[in-house]
Design a protein around this ligand. Structure first.
Ligand code: AMP
Ligand code: ZN
Length: 504
C-alpha cells in the first residue's frame, strides 16, 4: 500500500516516494512566538501531527523538524508595547507554545531549532546567495533579487507581472531593485536585537530562517515541507527561491498545506481580532474533543469553527467513550470463550471489524482523509455497541475474542490519529473516592452528596459481587446506568463516572 499526497507545487495528488526508502524527512513551519496560539494555529499543527503519526503508524521512520521563530518584527513590537525585552517575550511564548502543544497531545518535534541560535548559518547562506549573484546588499540590508530566479512563482502559481505586493514603505522601495525583492537580512534599528555580519549589524529575515534551518537538519532536498495555506505566498515561495538558488537543486519533494480555520466565514487571525486561544478552549473542553473536531474535516478543506461544532464533537467523543467503557466492562464480566466454533454472527462481526480497519487505512492513504477515517472508527463503535447489547440477550460462544478484536481495533485506530480516548480517565476510582465524594464534617460524619450515595450503593454492590450475588449487583449497575452513572468492574475493584449530559 502506498500513501498518496496532494502536492501543492504540482497541483495534484502523487504517490509518495521518499528520498530514502522507509524514511520521511519533514519540516513544518513553527510559530512566531509573540502571543499564545489560537485555534487556527492549533489546527495546522494538529493536522501535521496527524500526518506524522500516520507515517509512523504505516511503518516509516520519521524525522520531524519544526522551528521557533524567536526574532521578528512582531516580537519586537510586542516587547515595545509591554516595555519588555524581545528575548523575554520570545522565551515566555516559546514556553507557552510547548505547553499548548503538550496539552493538545501533539508529539514534540525531533528537532526544534530556534532562529536566534542559527544566525551564523543564515549569514553563510546569505553570503553564498550574494556570491552566486542572487542577492544584493543595499544600505546594510540584503535583498533576494527575484529577477535572477526565473522559476519564482512556481509554488503559488502567481504570475510575476500580476504580483500584488503588500504595502511597502518608501524607504523599503528605495532600497530594493524591484518591489518583489524580499529581505534576507535587515540592518539593525537603534535598540533592536542585532548580530554582527559582513553587512554590518542586523538580523535575518523570516524566510531565510526556514530555508536555512530545514536544509541544515534535513539536507538540501528533503521530503515534506508543510504549513498553513496562508504561508504559500510569499513565505514558501521565497523559501524555494532562496534554497534552490543556494543549492542549485530541488528543495522539497512534497509541499503540503493545511486549510484555514474560519470563524463566521473569516480566517481566524490575530489581525482580524476574532481569535479563540487554544488554552482558553482547553479549559472547557477535552483535548480529544478539539482533536476530533479538527479530524472531522479533511486537512486541506476550510474548517468553519463554531461553538455548536465543538458541542457536536463533544457528543461524538462521549459516544466513543461510552462504547469503550461498556466494551471493557463487558469483557471483564463475560465468561471465557467456549470450545465451540465461532458462530456465523460472530464471524461476520470480525469480518466487518477487519473491513472497517481496511477502510480506515484506505482513507488515510488517500491524502490523509481523516474525515472518512473517523467515519470508520464510528463504524466500529456501532458494530461494537450492537454486539455488546446482543450478548446480553443471546449466547455467543466466542464473545470474549470478538470483543477483544473490537477493542483492539478501536484502540489501534484512535491511537493512530492521536486520540487519547482509549486511556479512559475515570472521575473516580475506588481508593481515591473519599476525596471526591465524601468529605467528613468536624464530627467525622460524612457530608451528604450524590457522590457519597453512589459510593454507598457501589460498596453494597461490591459486597454482593464478592458473595456471588451477581443478579443483585447487576440490578444496582443497571439502575445506576439508567441515570447516567457508568460503572466499570476492574480486577479486585471498580470505578465509575457520571456521563456528561450533551446536547438538548
Ligand atoms: P504564525 O505564527 O502566524 O506564523 O502561524 C503559525 C501557523 O499557523 C502557520 O502554519 C499558519 O499558516 C497557521 N495558521 C495561522 N492562522 C491560521 C488559521 N486561521 N487556520 C489554520 N492555520 C492557521
Ligand atoms: Zn517557514
Amino acid at each position: 500500500m502506498s500513501i498518496v499526497i496532494y502536492n501543492t507545487i504540482k497541483r495534484k495528488k502523487e504517490i509518495f516516494q521518499p528520498r530514502e526508502e522507509g524514511k520521511v524527512a519533514m519540516y513544518v513551519c513553527g510559530p512566531t512566538v509573540y502571543n499564545f496560539i489560537h485555534l487556527g494555529n492549533a489546527r495546522t499543527f494538529l493536522n501535521f501531527d496527524v500526518i506524522r503519526r500516520y507515517f509512523i503508524y504505516s511503518g516509516y521512520d520519521v524525522l520531524f523538524v519544526q522551528n521557533i521563530t524567536d526574532i521578528d518584527d512582531k516580537i519586537i513590537n510586542r516587547a515595545k508595547e509591554e516595555g519588555k525585552d524581545p528575548f523575554e517575550i520570545a522565551s515566555e511564548y516559546t514556553k507557552a507554545f510547548h505547553e499548548d502543544m503538550r496539552a493538545l497531545g501533539i508529539l514534540p518535534p525531533d528537532i526544534a531549532p530556534k532562529a536566534t541560535e542559527h544566525v551564523n548559518d543564515m549569514i553563510d547562506v546569505v553570503s553564498t546567495l550574494i556570491r552566486k549573484g542572487f542577492a544584493y546588499v543595499s544600505d546594510g540590508d540584503v535583498y533576494f533579487n527575484v529577477a535572477k530566479f526565473p522559476e519564482y512563482g512556481k509554488l503559488s502559481g502567481r504570475d510575476l507581472e500580476e504580483q500584488q505586493v503588500t504595502v511597502q514603505s518608501d524607504d523599503e522601495l528605495r532600497k530594493k531593485k524591484a518591489p518583489l525583492d524580499f529581505a534576507l537580512w535587515k540592518a539593525a534599528k537603534p535598540g533592536e536585537p542585532s548580530w554582527s555580519s559582513p553587512w554590518g549589524k542586523g538580523r535575518p529575515g523570516w524566510h531565510i530562517e526556514c530555508s536555512t534551518m530545514s536544509m541544515k537538519y534535513l539536507g538540501e532536498e528533503f521530503d515534506i515541507h508543510g504549513g498553513g495555506l496562508d504561508l504559500v505566498f510569499p513565505h514558501h515561495e521565497n523559501e524555494i527561491a532562496q534554497a534552490e538558488a543556494y543549492s542549485g537543486r530541488r528543495f522539497v519533494r512534497y509541499w503540503m498545506h493545511s486549510g484555514m480555520l474560519n470563524i463566521d466565514q473569516e480566517k481566524m487571525s490575530k489581525s482580524l481580532g476574532n481569535i479563540r486561544l487554544l488554552r482558553e478552549v482547553l479549559e472547557e473542553h477535552d483535548t480529544d474533543t478539539i482533536r476530533l473536531l479538527m479530524l472531522q474535516t479533511h486537512y486541506r478543506s476550510p474548517l468553519s469553527f463554531s461553538d455548536d461544532s465543538l458541542h457536536e464533537a463533544a457528543a461524538g467523543l462521549e459516544r466513543l467513550k461510552t462504547c469503550l467503557f461498556n466494551l471493557r466492562d463487558a469483557i471483564t464480566r463475560i465468561g471465557d470463550d467456549t470450545a465451540e466454533e465461532l458462530s456465523s454472527y460472530e464471524a461476520d462481526v470480525i469480518k466487518r471489524v477487519d473491513g472497517l480497519k481496511k477502510q480506515f487505512r484506505e482513507a488515510m492513504d488517500d491524502d490523509f482523509n481523516t474525515a472518512l477515517a473517523v467515519g470508520s472508527i464510528f463504524g466500529l463503535v456501532k458494530e461494537t455497541n450492537a454486539f455488546v447489547s446482543r450478548i446480553l440477550k443471546s449466547r455467543s460462544p466466542k464473545a470474549k475474542t470478538v470483543m477483544g478484536s473490537c477493542l483492539n481495533a478501536i484502540e489501534e485506530l484512535t491511537g493512530a490519529l492521536g486520540l487519547n480516548v482509549a486511556a479512559l480517565s475515570p472521575i473516580s476510582e475506588r481508593g481515591n473516592i473519599v476525596e471526591v465524594g465524601m468529605r467528613g464534617d468536624s464530627s467525622g460524619r460524612q457530608a451528604l452528596s450524590v457522590e457519597s450515595l453512589i459510593e454507598i450503593l457501589l460498596e453494597v454492590r461490591q459486597a454482593a459481587r464478592e458473595r456471588g450475588q451477581y443478579e443483585i449487583a447487576d440490578i444496582v449497575r443497571d439502575k445506576l446506568s439508567a441515570i447516567g452513572v457508568r460503572v466499570e468492574d476492574l480486577p479486585g475493584g471498580y470505578r465509575w463516572r457520571m456521563e456528561k449530559i450533551t446536547g438538548g
